[in-house]
Design a protein around this ligand. Sequence first.
Ligand code: GSH
Length: 149
Amino acid sequence: METLLNNQVFCCFVFYAVLLVIKMYIISIIVGQLRLRKKAFANPEDALRHGGVQFMRQDPDVERARRAHLNDIENILPFLFIGAVYSLTGPSLFVARIHFLVFFLARLMHSVAYFFALKPPTRSVSYSIGQISCFLMAVQILMMVASFA
Ligand code: GSH
């Protein structure tokens, strides 16, 4: 662990990775709060506790927040793997930071665009920019390890 934390690129990755995980926690909290505010629960026991089984229902705002969270799971989880392995392939700190920062900002923008239903193609562009950053890291990892395959 000490050796890993002596690796500046890995520390840079950890910084952005942890920020993104915190962002996911925040979205999860928002989903919970929206459920309470809109009285739209996923389970009968929750609905019963908050007024009756009729509140086991869907709400457009809750569903939007859930989709934003799901999209984060689809994209940020792979980044946690790709970014960590990429950090260990010996890239320059400058180049690596650009990859991590671009991904971080793209995912932040994706959440904002999703929550506020920003005009298309804002969300798709954010998603694509994040994917390009991850794809570039994945290619660099493959080039590094291809000779061992
Ligand atoms: N699971 C995604 C989907 O069903 O759309 C795969 C493609 C994707 O992530 N697209 C981005 C997105 O924000 C840009 S259009 N999709 C909306 C979503 O996942 O809810």
